[in-house]
Design a protein around this ligand. Structure first.
Ligand code: ACM
Length: 509
């Protein structure tokens, strides 16, 4: 039964004889506390071709959503989905579970062709990890709000619950901060963009398109996206990069930098020397920014970047060296650690947790910080061994900006090679982690850095179907994994992506 080719693979499915037939009278019925999910069911099933009336408990031929507080399922996101000839019943302990039951049903309807007939089945399902995510970089190329929402809906379709929004970087600041309007007036625009990859040997060889690039989200737009994500049980983790990858902010406010020289929003790709200084006024600036960010995003985690920080300017700055002496800090690595610790304490005092890329381990990890392990798994292993929470995002398996096929047959990408099989085979808990620390691995996520993805269609091409594989890595059980069987399901699943207008990369025969 192809409609049951659900991605990610449910924990257990028992096929029954017989079928359920949707008709124009089939009603959607909300049990107590299930009203919001039921309203969303109406919307999502309409998108899949079924315009169902909202009905009463007694309705014939119904789809019912029920919260059952003592339902026996692990975690808070699990669900039971039961399809009999008479009704479809989705039960869960919490609304998130009802939502995931709806996603399974939505997938079935999307694959049911025109007849809207579903096989009778009993499904019991719940996720393996609690952080199931994807990161989207909107700095290198700005992505319109409508696409961000479409992307979030696609995450939810795959039962992913975390959208990491990379909002600031050298090439553009994309979030309105009311207190510092120049961040977007100046920092959201660059005068042009490099064509192709930067030269390895001589920047003078780089060529540029001469076309200004810009864009940002107003706070009102961000609130709209956060609400849209919330309805789909997706938490948005905002990332504000510091102390490196901050050229756009320094272009807007040069006093945040170390040299006093004016800088421009970056127009090429790479790692840039301009980083924040360590003046008290700069800490205040960043904390004021984070205050506005926390106002917009309810996320328990706030990402402060922390990756790829060249320390040359700190070494050369008399002001920074003086501050280090005053603070009794003897190395620039330790100074970065001091920087991150201050942000950690600031966020912690406001009930949030800091998360940063694995460089935040260097010079000593801040006490409450969680680590996002990207340079392979070593950072994640060290952090978990030291008792810190970890999200796995290794560039060996989860960087969807890397090539997915032979480079000569693919659009230009940053490099690397991470085909579908490699994403699928990824195991987020490294063998080095002792069993009593395994719970510290919160989960894993995919990365979409957009240097070489100028449009939403290109992002979709790089994301799908590899993100489908990632969804199985973080949702399903490792003992269930079987790549050939996944490919069989994927052949049905891409028809759903097609119906949702996703520019996925076609499967090879
Ligand atoms: C990263 O890829 N610089 C986190």
């Amino acid at each position: 039964m192809k409609v049951l080719h659900i991605v990610p693979q449910p924990i257990s499915m028992t096929l029954q004889p017989d079928t359920f037939q949707f008709t124009a009278e089939t009603a959607l019925v909300a049990g107590t506390g299930a009203e919001e999910v039921t309203a969303l069911a109406h919307l999502q099933l309409e998108q899949a071709g079924l315009d169902l009336p909202l009905g009463e408990e007694g309705a014939q031929g119904k789809v019912i959503f029920e919260l059952i507080p003592d339902l026996n399922l692990p975690g808070s996101e699990g669900y039971h989905l039961s399809i009999t000839p008479e009704e479809i019943r989705i039960r869960a302990r919490e609304a998130a579970g009802l939502f995931y039951g709806l996603q399974s049903l939505r997938q079935m309807v999307l694959a049911s062709q025109e007849d809207f007939r579903l096989p009778c089945v009993e499904i019991e399902d719940y996720p393996r990890f609690r952080w199931r995510g994807a990161m989207l970089d909107v700095s290198r190329h700005f992505m319109p709000k409508s696409f961000v929402m479409k992307f979030i809906d696609l995450l939810a379709l795959h039962k992913l619950n975390t959208f990491h929004w990379h909002l600031t970087d050298d090439q553009g600041w994309r979030i309105e901060i009311k207190r510092y309007p120049r961040l977007t007036e100046v920092g959201s625009r660059r005068k042009e963009t490099i064509i192709g990859r930067p030269s390895w040997t001589d920047p003078a060889e780089d060529r540029f398109d001469g076309i200004p690039h810009g864009g940002f989200y107003t706070q009102e737009e961000i609130r709209e996206v956060v609400e849209y994500a919330h309805q789909r049980f997706v938490n948005i983790v905002p990332e504000i990069e510091m102390p490196g990858h901050s050229t756009a902010a320094i272009a807007a406010y040069p006093e945040l930098g170390n040299t006093g020289r004016p800088v421009e929003v970056a127009t090429r790709w790479g790692i840039f020397e301009d980083i924040f200084n360590v003046e008290e006024s700069t800490f205040r600036f960043l904390q004021n920014v984070l205050d506005e960010v926390m106002d917009l995003f309810p996320s328990p985690f706030i990402h402060i970047g922390g990756d790829e920080v060249p320390k040359q300017q700190w070494r050369e700055s008399p002001r920074v060296q003086q501050r280090m002496r005053e603070l009794g800090i003897s190395s620039e690595e330790e100074l970065q650690s001091y920087f991150v610790r201050r942000m950690d304490a600031f966020l912690f005092a406001r009930g949030r947790h800091l998360i940063g890329w694995d460089e935040i381990l260097e010079g000593g990890l801040a006490p409450g910080a969680a680590v996002m392990s990207w340079r392979g798994e070593a950072g994640g292993i060290a952090a978990a061994q030291a008792g810190h929470e970890v999200v796995m995002a290794p560039n060996t398996c989860t960087y969807l900006d890397y090539y997915q096929g032979q480079p000569e047959r693919e659009p230009l990408a940053i490099g690397g090679f991470i085909p579908l099989e490699k994403v699928y085979a990824y195991e987020p808990i490294p063998a080095e982690i002792p069993p009593d620390k395994a719970h510290l691995i919160l989960g894993a996520q995919a990365q979409l850095w957009t240097e070489y993805m100028p449009t939403p269609e290109h992002v979709e091409y790089m994301a799908f179907p590899r993100l489908c594989a990632l969804s199985e890595v973080v949702w399903s059980r490792p003992e269930q994994k079987n790549f050939e069987q996944f490919m069989e399901r994927l052949r049905t699943h891409v028809s759903r992506l097609e119906r949702l207008g996703v520019n996925y990369r076609k499967l090879e025969d």
